[in-house]
Design a protein around this ligand. Structure first.
Ligand code: 13P
Length: 339
């Protein structure tokens, strides 16, 4: 069991590869479809995911795809179940298992992520359906009083319980403590909050006997708040993020796969690139982007079957640039060139 978890975790952060997060919940994918004036029907959701998963050549850059409960049960138009379609291309199927961040009792403005009840049974089913890794996201917001220690520890405890159950089922957990970058906070404030959340998380993972060699961390990057006046640039973001990770993430963790969290797709690539350019690091530094991999693709598609090829090219392009960022060999000038 241990060896299999270690192998899967390493394969997810294999050289030049990263993860596509395509696990938008029904509510979130509706928001994405609203932006292209497309109705969020089950078949539109299926068609969109098929477009992404069948993109020619993308397996060169994508090691795994995180699916949503509905998506892991869906099939391509030729009848091939999505998990099989991905696995046949050498892409590891994953599954989002949390049931979302809900208001934390007696803590205004803070959340705790739910989904532990019945999770052992759900993991057994997801394993049967082909999932070999999973994801659980906790969120923390920043302001003068937040995140509170209460929010930090309740979420860390739930992440630990989730990760232990995932490993018991033979599924690699991706623990995602996302400090949200909304607000006008400084980059120093983001660094403190991010480090605090990670420190508590690794305390809980240790106490709950989670094997770090079979675990991946999915953190936010350390940024100035999106509404801050003089926002930190690429080098400052790379250095602040690396400093937090160095202080708080054990070297036993094989890989760190960042979320994009509302950064532009080009910023997300440039930040990852700047961090890898400062390597080597104790862990692989890679991506597990949702929006930053999909934004140009969904826009090109617009819900029209005639645009599938163009949308696939847009997705392939972002995957390729982020792959280059894995080795610090991305340059913004590449954006202007045709791929
Ligand atoms: P973003 O990259 O769009 O933040 O999504 C990643 C993700 O999986 C959030 O849970």
């Amino acid at each position: 069991m241990g060896a299999e978890l270690h192998e899967t975790a390493k394969a997810l952060v294999a050289e030049g590869k990263g993860i596509l997060a395509a696990d938008e919940s029904t509510g979130t994918i509706k928001k994405r479809f609203d932006s292209i004036q497309l109705e969020s029907t089950e078949d539109n959701r299926r068609a969109y995911r098929e477009l992404l998963f069948t993109t020619p050549g993308v397996e060169e850059y994508i090691s795994g795809v995180i699916l949503y409960d509905e998506t892991i049960r869906q099939s391509a138009s030729d009848g091939t179940p999505f998990p099989k379609l991905l696995a046949d291309r050498g892409i590891i199927p994953g599954i989002k298992v949390d049931l979302g961040a809900k208001p934390l009792a007696l803590a205004e403005g803070e959340t705790v992520t739910e989904g532990l009840d019945g999770l052992r049974e759900r993991f057994a089913e997801y394993y049967e359906l082909g999932a070999r890794f999973s994801k659980w996201r906790a969120t923390y917001s920043i302001d003068a009083q937040r995140p509170s220690e209460y929010c930090v520890w309740t979420n860390a405890h739930a992440l630990g319980r989730y990760a232990a159950l995932s490993q018991e089922a033979g599924i690699v957990p991706i623990v995602e403590p996302e400090v949200l970058m909304d607000g006008d906070h400084s980059i120093e404030r983001a660094a403190k909050a991010t480090g605090r959340a990670q420190q508590a998380l690794f305390t809980e993972l240790h106490d709950q006997r989670v094997d770090l060699y079979g675990t991946l961390l999915k953190p936010n990057m350390v940024l100035s708040g999106y509404e801050a006046g003089d926002r930190a640039g690429v080098n400052e973001v790379a250095e602040a993020t690396l400093d937090v990770l160095t202080r708080h993430v054990p070297a036993a963790v094989p890989g760190i796969v960042f979320l994009s969290g509302g950064q532009t797709d080009e910023d997300a690539t440039a930040h990852l690139n700047a961090m890898n350019a400062r390597g080597p690091h104790p862990w692989e530094l890679s991506f597990s982007y949702g929006r930053a991999l999909q934004a140009p693709a969904i826009k090109s598609w617009g819900g029209d079957p005639a645009n599938v090829e163009e949308a696939q090219k847009a997705f392939y392009r972002r995957a390729k640039f982020n792959s280059a960022a894995r080795t610090g060999s991305y340059a913004p000038e590449m954006e202007a060139a045709a791929v």
